[in-house]
Ligand binder design. Structure first.
Ligand code: SF4
Length: 283
């Protein structure tokens, strides 16, 4: 279900992609001191700030960083946060039980039994009440992730993945405290609510570059775990972090740095997404 065999199946195609188009040395994060990786300025950018292009002109970044505007939190953002917190909490709880010598089947039973209580705590920590079925979504996901981790432990006899891994991205002009959703053996993992977008792959490239710059080991593969259809489905999207995604991330980073250094308003696109948190300020 969620172990080395499944990961192996996901990654098999990526081996072929890598063999056909291996990563250029100049696009390895440890070459941060030379073009094209060397940043024009060190502004401490976030990976999602660079990668996420829901605003085509990037006015969202300009509003936040130049004008000091804070966007409004919308329902999608709250659900995304809940998904992240459930993912982390189940991994940490399963790790704790594993370290205490509890068997995989009992870990699953314990976590499934505590799902309701844990999700109530999570919603309290988030400072939100159970609007629009948040609690039901959280409990459903809590049980799914609990079973995934138990399956991983049973198959590997290893603890769950390292979640919320902090990496220093400063050498690439990024934040000193980037948070990677998870590190699994040989790959970097992002967790998303909604549906697959190209931006997700670009974000994985940002984390891979930062890990390579900071730790000096290659990171070629990633997986995006996507919670779809209101929590009804969990999909695993494997990503080869090759030259095109790395180049795209660096280009987006450079465009944002140029925009912020000039301070000029980048203007508005012809159409804005309905869910943009900055609609109140722009429209
Ligand atoms: S409202 Fe439009 S212009 Fe403003 S940040 Fe959002 S997408 Fe960009």
């Amino acid at each position: 279900m969620f172990g080395p065999a499944m990961l192996g199946r996901l990654l098999r195609n990526l081996h072929m992609l890598r063999a056909r188009d291996p990563v250029e040395e100049e696009l390895r994060g440890w070459n941060w001191s030379r073009p094209p990786l060397r940043p024009r300025a060190y502004l401490g950018l976030g990976v999602s700030e660079v990668a996420c292009q829901y605003c085509p002109t990037r006015r969202d970044v300009w509003l936040r960083r130049v004008q000091g505007v804070r966007g409004e939190v919308n329902g999608g953002m709250v659900r995304g946060k809940l998904v992240h917190m459930v993912f982390q909490d189940t991994a940490r709880m399963a790790s704790r039980l594993y370290a205490g010598g509890v068997e995989a089947a009992d870990i699953a039973a314990r976590l499934v039994g505590e799902a309701s209580k844990r999700v109530k705590h999570i919603l309290e920590d988030m400072g939100v009440s159970n609007v629009d079925g948040l609690y039901e979504l959280g409990v459903k996901l809590y049980k799914r992730f609990a079973l995934y981790w138990a399956s991983w432990i049973e198959e590997t006899r290893q603890p769950p993945w390292y979640v919320e891994y902090t990496v220093d991205g400063w050498l690439l002009g990024l934040s000193r405290r980037l948070r990677v959703d998870a590190l699994a053996p040989g790959l970097v993992v992002e967790v998303k609510y909604g549906s697959w977008r190209e931006d997700h792959g670009v974000a994985l490239a940002g984390y891979a570059l930062a890990l390579e710059a900071s730790h000096e080991y290659p990171v070629d593969y990633g997986v995006v775990i996507i919670v779809e259809n209101g929590g009804g489905e969990i999909r695993f999207e494997p990503v080869y972090i090759g030259n095109s995604l790395r180049t795209e991330f660096i280009q987006r980073r450079d465009e944002i740095i140029d925009m912020l250094l000039s301070s000029a308003d980048p203007g508005k696109p012809s159409r804005c997404p309905d869910t943009c948190p900055y609609k109140k300020y722009c429209l």
